[in-house]
Structures are given as structure tokens and as C-alpha cells.
Design a protein around this ligand. Sequence first.
Ligand SMILES: Nc1nc2c(ncn2[C@@H]2O[C@H](COP(=O)(O)OP(=O)(O)OP(=O)(O)O)[C@@H](O)[C@H]2O)c(=O)[nH]1
Ligand SMILES: [Mg+2]
Ligand SMILES: [Zn+2]
Ligand SMILES: [Zn+2]
Length: 436
Amino acid sequence: MSFSLVCTGCGAPLQMDTEGERGFITSEAFMRDKPLCRRCYRLIHYGQMESVQIGEQEYRTTVMRALAKPSLILYVLDAFDMAGSAVRGLAGVINQHEVIAVANKIDLYPHGSSRDKLRQWLSREALRLQIAHRAMLPVSAETGEGFDALHEMVSRVAGDRPVVVMGMANVGKSTVLNRLLAMAGDVQERSVTASPFPGTTLGAIAIKVAGGLHIVDTPGLIGRHRLQDRVCGKSLGLILPKAALRPRVFQLEPGQTIYIGGLARVDFEQGEAQSFVVYAANQLHVHRTKLARADELYRQHLGSLLTPPCPECADDLRGLVATPIRVKGERPVDVALPGLGWVRVGAAASLTVHAPQGITPAVRPAVFGVAERGHGGSGRRAARFGGARSVNPSGLRTVFAKRGESASGGRGGSGTRGASTAGRHSGPATRGGKRP
Ligand SMILES: Nc1nc2c(ncn2[C@@H]2O[C@H](COP(=O)(O)OP(=O)(O)OP(=O)(O)O)[C@@H](O)[C@H]2O)c(=O)[nH]1
Ligand SMILES: [Mg+2]
Ligand SMILES: [Zn+2]
Ligand SMILES: [Zn+2]
């Protein structure tokens, strides 16, 4: 039996000298079959996170090393947070390998939504985020949905290349890897550490699976452009969805606004009265108020009614930055807030979206409900077809069916055609994505 010098849970080099630093292990734990650092032990057994993170430079070096040989990359994306899922600054390295995009956490999408339409939308979104991929596989590492297809494809195309699992922090890379290990019949309890805290995996972990597969877990990139990387541990529990999203519909008049916790605010300034549909963690409070009262409410109730942030993380997240957004109304759009969710807007509207410094709202074609296109997109219709008034599976199916029918008119994923922001939205779709 070979002896591992990195933690088998998080990949940190093991050391016995400095408590509280990464890779710390007691001599007893070190003698075990599967040496696990103290941080992993506490994460797994007590759900406690010691705040040790790796910086951006170290992240890049680690991933580049893991990709030293021609590899099959499983680029794991968070299907709930596509806007926050693109790893910035590594495209040049990634593009030298074969990429399978794995959109994880699809269990968070309302039950009954058409998975095939969802896959097409996710693929277009990935391309818009400049993630070229040979295939897009929507999966849930939590429920196992989509894993037969993923396992089959990995077994078929990997050959003798290492399979490198990479992506932003917290998208579920380690959970995906664990499920693949289990499917490969690896019963030796060789699972890696997964946790709700971004930054769980600290180094590359290479695992040889029975049957010849060589699979590598890598750390995730932590960025200031996503809210899950900015809130404290307590607030994290409020913004991360735990169950399928329950869309929340707000019938708004111009001059009204909605707060999503105290982390974002969407002002409806001009346009016809219409419904706004909020897709965010069900446990997160969404508050509607008059625009005229909005600032005062924020001053008085930040951290209480409008939470998160809580007192512990408010300093970094206080003082929202305004971005004007014009929705043309030709097609419904989502205003996505990295790490928080999105707000679907179906008809023409002038909005101002407020979010903490560094969190940039992104406008994209709506994932749900383009059904009202060509119907004038009135608010009432948007509510009816948006599948949102209730979480009605068949309602959602209707949306997708209609979307399929009206396939003409440029569905090529040109992104922000339906809206414009003040020059801050992301660019048009890239080429390069081969469909399976
Ligand atoms: N709802 C849902 N949650 C998931 C799924 N897969 C993983 N998670 C959760 O997402 C969180 C992060 O999972 P990890 O596997 O640790 O994510 P990671 O990408 O390895 O994170 P880092 O190591 O920090 O980069 C955990 O709370 C998981 O339980 C999924 O399919 N659905
Ligand atoms: Mg991990
Ligand atoms: Zn560890
Ligand atoms: Zn907090």
C-alpha cells in the first residue's frame, strides 16, 4: 500500500507542524489508511470550516499542472448559477483539451421542466460564457440524474487520458467525482471531501479507478464576482438553494421595486405593469416595496428585514451599485445575479438593478418561458406562461413546448438581444461548441 502525502479528502500537502494551516494532521491520523487532514475531519464530522483558502495564482498553477498531459476535462458548471460558473483567465489552457460541460445541480430546477430544452439552453449559455464544449450534460450529483450518460461518455471517450474535473468553487466538482467513483464500482471508500463552503478542495487529487480510469479532482476558483464567495458562513446558508426553486411572481407597476434579501434590488422604472419572477433560494426573503421608499428601507432594515448580509458580512456588501438595464421586450430575459439567482422579465421595461460592488448583473435569454413572445408579452400572459404562478410542472412543460414550436427568429443564443445594459453585459456567443 502506497503512502499518500496529500490529504485524501482535500488534496492539501500534509504537515504536522502548524495547527490551523492547511494540511495539518496529527500523527495518529497520519498513520491511518486514508490520511485525512484535521480540516477535512472537522468538515465531514462537524460541518465546521476552518477558513483556509488558496489564492488565484496558486489555483492557476495547480490546474495547469493537473492539465500537463492531454486530458478530458469535465468542466463542472452550476446550473443554478451559470453566470458565476465561468472560470476566468484559463480559456487558453482549457481549449487545448477536450471539454465535456457538466451542468450540475439540475435538481434545483422546478420538477417537470423539460430536460432536453434545459440542456439546449445550458449549452447556449455555456457558449455565451465562452466555454467551448464537445457535449453538454445536465446532471445532479445529489440525485444521480444524468449520471448514466455522463459515466457512459467518460468511459467511451477518455481513452488513456486523465479525466480532470475542474470549475469554479462550490459548483459540485468533488460530489460529481464521488458519484463517478461509486459508479465505477470503486468501493474502497475513496471519496473526497465535499462541503457547502466554497474552497473545500485545496489541491489536485489524482485517483486511479478500477477499470483503468484516471480521474483528478481540482480546487475551485474563488472570485469576488459571485455572492457565495463574499457572504459569511451563516449567510451562505440563506443564499444557496437547498431544494427545487419555487418561482416567486410579483405583479409590479412602474415605481415599485423588489429586494432580494439585502443583496440586490430590481427597480421597475418604466414600462407596462407586468410580472417579475424571482428565482432564488426558497429560504431567501424577497421584499416588494415602492421605489420612493426603497432607500429608506435599506438604511433602516439592512441586516434585519433585508438579510443577508448579516452584521458579520455586511461591511463588504453594503452600498449597492446601480446598473441601468433596458429590456426591449422582444423576448423574455433573465437578469442574473451571480450567486443569488435571477429575475425573469417578460416585457419591455426600464430597470435599475442594484448589487454589491463587483457583482455584475448579467442579462441573458430567459431559461423559462418564451411562450408569450409574439403575444405582446403582457404581464398577465407572462405570469400565465412563465410557469411561475405556481410550480406547476405541466405549466413549465407548456413553456418549453411553445418555445420549441417558435424555433425561428434567431435562437442561436445571441445572448442579450432582448435587452441592453449600460455597456456591462457579456459579449455574444462564441463558436466552437460541438454538439454530441
Ligand atoms: N442541490 C445540489 N447540490 C449539490 C449538487 N452537487 C453538489 N452539491 C452541493 O454543492 C456544495 C459543494 O459541493 P462540492 O462537491 O464540495 O463542490 P466543489 O466544486 O468540489 O467545491 P470546491 O472544492 O470548494 O471547489 C455541497 O454542499 C454539495 O452538497 C447537486 O447536484 N445538487
Ligand atoms: Mg471540491
Ligand atoms: Zn483535507
Ligand atoms: Zn453574514
